[in-house]
Design a protein around this ligand. Structure first.
Ligand code: FCB
Length: 471
């Protein structure tokens, strides 16, 4: 079925009006990440990353799924890029797998691994699609984890070396460079909550990881910028949401403040203002933790950025009073829990809150002015039902897109400097700890046959892009 005729009906007229306010030169992309789609984990010299190792831990991943094959993109790349073109996206956000470029995380470039991205970039440019390259989307070479991982300072320097290997090869063709994707997830889910690779549970290690991720970003940015042609742009992508107090009580307001501190300000304050937020430093001290900042680090971290990548999925409400009515947890630390707004959720259990997206973006524009933003990820998982041809009539996902693109337009009208929107994701893929159970794609992947089928939401996205462009 060609769903063009139904696509317009998904967005309400108020949303259509907002979306129509986006400028014709607004950037429209689709996003992926290396480990989630590539497969071919042992080919052409690639060594294991922390995700290969984590996938071997029994039940770390739903269904014990792994990224071994994923979408087999490594072998199907040109066909997948043809699909990006079919969606009429002008930008493709992808990540480079560090263990393909520099097996083991040190030493010279692995030409066979680099050749894949070299071809990918050429394929994109041939189709007039701008490559938007992310250097690190969570696949740390396992050997660097064995040497201490992100809690170790040396990893920041290793990252900058790796960045330069990629930059030297591709900077003649790639204009947009993102250092890190979502350092919050690397630090918190990886080293504190233990739900993502490398699966550690150590708060102090997580905070050291935050600082070294930021340091790695700064070191890499400085070196790339020095070697860059004039029109190259550098940025970082952060996942952010809103943190509201559940009530106006002092405990709830403090819980929201500290969540915002660890979620947003611990990254953006050093990046933009060159200092860690004082209240966060105090919260950490109360837990006996000090960020491992050395002289000169904050200057490196706050090197100018050309853009901020914003990944938004949901906002949260916080209470500083536990279910049991206590305001302290078992360790004597202030209680903190999330309280749902009571709105419908996606298949991830994430509440659908487009209004909070507008709030987040206007707040970022206000608190961190002068920094152009690009939405580098936004999207939704739903329990898709495919017909026998593989087609998915996912009005839920299309409606999510409509409300969230309208939310971006509303934030622009309120003054936030937002230059583009990239849908997560091009394809259904390996959704980290959820394995293949959660589908975020605009395009369905049948994992048995690797057949790709554009979903209704994919057509909706294409038609939205067409309308805004006036094409
Ligand atoms: C983000 C990740 C991305 C994807 C989406 C759903 O946190 O950056 O890889 O998993 O969530």
């Amino acid at each position: 079925m060609n769903s063009t005729e139904t696509a317009g009906a998904v967005a309400t007229s108020a949303q259509q009006k907002l979306i129509a306010s986006l400028p014709p030169d607004f950037r429209w992309g689709v996003a992926t990440a290396a480990y989630q789609i590539e497969g071919a984990v042992a080919e052409d010299g690639r060594t294991p990353s922390i995700w290969d190792t984590f996938c071997e831990v029994p039940w770390a991943i739903d269904n014990n799924d792994t990224g071994d094959v994923a979408c087999d993109h490594y072998h199907r790349m040109p066909d997948d890029i043809a699909l990006v073109k079919e969606l009429e996206a002008d930008t493709y956000r992808f990540s480079v797998a560090w263990p393909r470029i520099q097996p083991g995380g040190r030493g010279p470039v692995n030409p066979a691994g680099m050749a894949f991205y070299d071809k990918l970039v050429d394929e994109l440019l041939e189709k007039d699609i701008a490559p938007w390259l992310t250097l690190y989307h969570w696949d740390l070479p396992q050997q660097l984890e064995d040497a201490g991982g992100w809690p170790a300072r040396d990893t920041a320097y290793r990252f900058a070396d790796y960045a330069m290997l990629v930059f030297d090869k591709l900077n003649d063709r790639v204009r947009h460079w993102t250092t890190l994707n979502e350092p919050w997830c690397s630090a918190m889910h990886g080293y504190v909550h233990g739900v993502m690779a490398p699966g550690k549970r150590d708060f102090a290690a997580g905070m050291a990881a935050v600082h070294h991720l930021l340091l790695g970003h700064g070191l890499a940015t400085a070196r790339m910028r020095e070697a860059a042609p004039h029109d190259t742009e550098f940025g970082i992508t952060l996942n952010m949401g809103t943190a509201d107090p559940a009530t106006d009580s002092a405990h709830d307001r403090d819980a929201a403040r500290s969540a915002d501190g660890l979620g947003v300000r611990i990254y953006l304050d050093p990046l933009v203002h060159g200092q860690y937020p004082a209240d966060v430093v105090e919260d950490l001290a109360a837990r006996g933790v000090k960020l491992p900042v050395e002289d000169g680090d904050l200057k490196i971290i706050s090197a100018p950025l050309d853009f901020l990548g914003v990944n938004y999925y949901f906002g949260q409400q916080y209470s500083g009073v536990g279910e049991d009515g206590r305001t302290e947890d078992d360790q004597g630390l202030p209680a903190q829990r999330t309280v749902p707004f009571g709105k419908p959720t996606t298949a991830m259990g994430w509440e659908i809150l487009p209004g909070k997206f507008t709030e987040l973006l206007t707040r970022l524009g206000r608190d961190y002015p002068g920094l152009p933003m690009v939405i580098t990820e936004n999207g939704s998982a739903f329990d898709d039902l495919a017909d026998e041809s593989g087609f998915v009539r996912d009005e839920d996902r299309a409606a999510y897109l409509a409300s969230h693109i309208a939310a971006v337009a509303a934030a622009r009208l309120a003054g936030a400097d937002i230059r583009g929107y990239f849908a997560w994701s091009l394809l259904d893929n390996f959704e980290w700890a959820y394995g293949y159970a959660k589908r975020f794609g605009l395009i369905r992947v049948d994992y048995e046959t690797q057949q790709r089928t554009i979903k209704q939401s994919g057509y909706f996205y294409r038609d939205t892009v067409r309308r805004v462009r006036g094409s």
